[in-house]
Design a binder for this molecule. Sequence first.
Ligand SMILES: Nc1ncnc2c1ncn2[C@@H]1O[C@H](COP(=O)(O)OP(=O)(O)OP(=O)(O)O)[C@@H](O)[C@H]1O
Ligand SMILES: [Mg+2]
Length: 292
Amino acid sequence: MKNQADNLIHLVDEKRKTNDVFMKNSNVQIYTVASGKGGVGKTNIVVSLAISLQRAGKKVLVMDADLGLANVDILLGISPKLTLYDVMFKGRKIEDAIFEGPEGIKIIPGGSGILELSKMDVMEKRSFINQFKMLNGFDIILIDTGAGISMNQLSFITFSDEVILVTTPEPTAITDVYSVIKIISSLKLNRKINIVVNRVKDEKDALNTFNKLNETTTRFLGIELKQYGFVADDIRVNTSVMNQVPFIIKYPNCLASQCIDNLAKDIINNRKNKIKVKTMDEFYNRLLKVFG
Ligand SMILES: Nc1ncnc2c1ncn2[C@@H]1O[C@H](COP(=O)(O)OP(=O)(O)OP(=O)(O)O)[C@@H](O)[C@H]1O
Ligand SMILES: [Mg+2]
């Protein structure tokens, strides 16, 4: 009798502990960073923004969901040996596919795994969800995607809390980002669309670009955009790419870095306004709902 009671108490205790872990991690905010045109600066922004947010005391996970070329690891000069694919199909632990980036940020390369979610059988899914449950304690997840609007990007946008679209002031980049907004709006997702204008000459250049875009989407799509800061065109970004060191580390006080710090502040303030109850479990479930 005593043994049975002990076992029950132990079980309840274990369950409570598990719940406690999830409660502590109850406000993960997921942002997908996308664009219309390629090469507008998504990966550079994601990496430096992650570091800036981490410096501000947030725990950040970057997910490289660009299925084409590995992006994030090249900018950081690291070469991950495992991706989510190995966790899904090769029985590897999720911890082995999470890489420690600079200043404590964590990076998870999606690899081809993302596209294969729907191909997993029940056992593989179960083992994968168990792996995901081990991931805890993140405040913000930034998902870096490739250019354009494939099923993959759309799935990530559906799955995240907010989307950050990056454009430059170039007319071609604006036209392309408009097409992306049009597609997102047709899905009636009710996601907030935030715009970051990259490579601007000055604040006026950023405002002009944003206003032009916002007027068009408001008029033709009934969608009001939110300006989420801007990033200056800064030669030090190029130099940092060449050196495979994020610009926020190599030149913490350069114009582009200051812009990223402002963007991080915006994101943190925005988080305060609406804390969501979320767990890594829920993260996984959403992932499965969208891709599975
Ligand atoms: N603020 C900036 N100032 C100067 N150059 C920049 C800036 N942002 C990006 N660049 C340049 O643009 C290049 C492409 O940037 P990045 O790789 O971040 O774009 P991307 O949108 O992720 O591209 P892709 O669509 O291929 O994933 C960089 O290598 C850099 O040379
Ligand atoms: Mg990129």
